[in-house]
Design a protein. Structure first.
Length: 277
């Protein structure tokens, strides 16, 4: 089995690549800093250079795989990052960069890999989404929106490619202990921003929850299990008890009440509340 893990330098991607390699699979992990060339090992993990924002980089990886005679049996689409901060404080360029990586990066890889998988008549794409796509939180709007776009895309793709023997599955992790938070840029207009205290407080709560989260290996084990299933579902959650409870409450509570719970969780003032500390 050949497995391609897109975005395998840290976090979920690194854990997923290592988990497949530990099973003796032929694993190609990608990173922007990996070597551009070199032989791809028959078993174990080989790191390959890829920037999902760059069409030429995507094409170069596709050519490298083709030259090695590799059509991935499993593709894990994990490359991504998150920005935070108030919507009003976020430049359009920062929002576009978020979607260019998280959403269009997935699309570039799908377009590059699908022809070979269709010709092979089989394959599995596992897209790493986020619980944040289901439960958007204040001051992380663009990350949530990019993951919601990815999940809608994956749902449509699953239907389009089913006739070719290709499965598409979304995995929605909740907060886990990775380097994700440390790499999260904050859109901050400085002391003059009307949102500065609330945004900083909310992001600190997000980071504390992530640091207290389960290890990335939990997501890796789920992905490996999905890869071995005969008929995987369209969506799987890998979330803690409170996140799962949140998904249930979102379905059963009045929208205004659920919104209030989210705002209280992140200490965001609402109507009639003070906006200071």
């Amino acid at each position: 089995m050949a497995v391609l893990v897109v975005g395998a330098s840290t976090g979920f991607g690194a854990a997923i690549a290592e988990a497949f390699a530990a099973q003796g699979k032929r694993v190609i992990g990608t990173s922007r800093l990996a070597p551009q060339d070199g032989a791809i090992a028959a078993t174990g993990l080989t790191m390959a250079q890829l920037d999902v924002r760059d069409e030429a980089s995507v094409a170069a990886l596709a050519s490298r795989l083709a030259e090695a005679g590799i059509v991935p049996d499993v593709v894990v689409l994990n490359a991504g990052y998150g920005i935070s901060g108030a919507i009003e404080d976020t430049p359009v360029e920062a929002a576009m960069a978020q979607f260019n990586t998280n959403f269009l990066g997935v699309h570039r890889m799908v377009r590059a890999l699908l022809p070979g998988m269709r010709a092979q008549g089989s394959g599995r794409m596992i897209v790493i989404g986020s619980v944040a796509a289901r439960i958007p939180v204040p001051f992380q709007a663009f990350y949530s929106a990019s993951k919601a776009a990815v999940e809608a895309y994956a749902a449509a793709l699953r239907m389009e490619v089913a006739a070719f023997g290709i499965d598409v599955t979304v995995v929605e992790p909740g907060d886990h202990k990775t380097a994700f938070g440390a790499a999260r840029p904050l859109s901050d207009s400085g002391p003059e921003s009307a949102y500065q205290p609330q945004a900083q407080r909310a992001v600190a709560i997000m980071e504390a929850s992530e640091l207290a989260g389960a290890p990335a290996s939990d997501v890796a084990r789920l992905v490996v299990r999905i890869a071995g299933l005969k008929r995987p579902k369209a969506r799987y959650f890998q979330a803690n008890r409170m996140e799962r409870l949140g998904l249930v409450l979102q379905r059963v509570l009045p929208a205004a009440l659920f919104e209030g719970i989210i705002m209280d969780t992140y200490k965001v003032p609402g109507r009639g509340r003070r906006t200071g500390n």
